[in-house]
Design a protein around this ligand. Structure first.
Ligand code: UDP
Length: 374
């Protein structure tokens, strides 16, 4: 079985790493033919600390194709990616194109493959914020429509798709199938969590004490590209930093939009590798973020989380009290932070058993699923 993994952005390297690792560990070894994986990196994230560091940290095989497409507008990038991915897919003719999450690389990969009649598998299918102002929401809706296999991380994701009328018929021979496999990010948190303890030196490098600092990440377009929201969030972080150190690995998008010296109490650092990030997530007192992945990782590592957004795709975290949705007003963020300062998080199995990638490989290899008849 030939699979092509299409990646381009930071969270996708982590998700795809678990698929590569599962193959290397023998998942799908009983499939009718051995599994070969081609990794296609669109180039959406291109700085060393947003891209290559993940390949080094996570032991991901080098991409066979590096398309070098990044830095442009959504339309320009997506168009160029479709063209370049199509050329690779025509050459490699994989049995499956796997797309991950909700970025422009996800959208371009799904479109290029579907038009070539190469079945698409979407890892992290069925997530919805119900806010179409988010580019991610548009990407995931289209990717889900085009996918044959929809790998959902939660039961809620399956239900979201059912509400939209999934599974749809794709042709006379095939229809879509949703599978609740759990979350590959949980696989990653378990697998790399121990490794981070062993290898990361970030706590010493930043002179941080366990449970005596706040970790923050802010990068969503709805915050970074809105000067009022961004000012509010940064003001809250600067105030909190008067009470407890706040470490903020700064995403390139956000870096372009703020004057760091306006928030002198915040400790800005460059984006960090995954193992260092996991180490900070495990040791932080509270995490304040607008990232999808970081909200879940906070939970996996038992750290209370405040989310600087108006909605979340991970509603179960809010329902269990592990996460507070605080929006982007300074006072609300500060109040949520105070509420979370002494919170204990009891982690339950909301995201599977840590064996999602193996389940994905088995499902891909199963002819039964692949050739499901209407
Ligand atoms: N991450 C990282 N280094 C950083 C910031 C984030 O390794 O400096 C990781 C984080 O642990 C998570 C992923 O990147 O696994 C989340 O990516 P991001 O927040 O960019 O995207 P989202 O999850 O919101 O799509």
């Amino acid at each position: 079985m030939k699979i092509a993994s299409i990646v381009g952005a930071r969270p996708q390297f982590i998700k795809a790493a678990m698929i590569s690792l599962a193959i290397a560990r023998g998942a799908g070894a009983n499939a009718s033919a051995p599994i070969t994986e081609t990794i296609i990196h669109t180039g959406q994230h291109f700085d060393d600390n947003m891209s290559q560091v993940f390949f080094r940290d996570l032991d991901i095989p080098e991409p066979e194709y590096h398309l070098g497409i990044g830095g442009g507008s959504h339309g320009k990038n997506t168009g160029r990616m479709i063209e370049a991915i199509e050329a690779v897919l025509v050459k490699k003719r994989p049995d499956w194109a796997i797309v991950y999450g909700d970025t422009d690389s996800t959208l371009a990969g799904a479109l290029a493959a579907a038009k070539l009649h190469i079945p698409v598998a979407h890892v992290e299918a069925g997530l919805r914020s119900y806010n179409r102002k988010m580019p991610e929401e548009i990407n995931r809706i289209v990717a889900d429509q085009l996918s044959t296999l929809l790998f959902c991380p939660t039961r809620t994701a399956v239900e979201n798709l059912e509400k939209e009328g999934f599974p749809h018929r794709l042709s006379h021979q095939t229809r879509q199938m949703m599978v609740d496999v759990g979350d590959v990010m949980y696989d990653a948190a378990l697998y790399y969590g121990d490794r981070a303890e062993e290898k990361s030196r970030i706590m010493q490098a930043l002179a941080l004490k366990p449970k005596d600092f706040v970790l923050a990440t802010i990068h969503r377009a709805e915050n970074a590209d809105d000067p009022i929201r961004l000012q509010h969030i940064m003001t809250a972080l600067n105030r909190i930093a008067g009470e407890i150190p706040v470490v903020l690995p700064l995403h390139p998008r956000t870096k372009k939009k703020i004057v760091m010296t306006d928030f002198p109490a915040v400790s800005f650092i460059d984006p960090i590798g995954y193992l260092d990030m996991v180490m900070l997530e495990k040791n932080a007192r509270v995490i304040i973020t607008d990232s999808g992945g970081v909200q879940k990782e906070a939970y996996f590592h038992g750290t209370p989380c405040v989310t600087a957004r108006d909605e979340t795709e991970w509603g179960e975290l809010v329902e269990t009290g592990a996460n507070i949705l605080a929006g982007a007003e300074s006072d609300r963020i500060m109040a949520a932070f105070q509420q979370m300062l002494h919170k204990t998080i009891r982690t339950r199995r909301l995201y599977g058993n840590g064996d999602s990638a193996g389940k994905i490989i088995s499902a891909l290899g199963s002819r039964l699923i692949r050739n499901t008849r209407v």
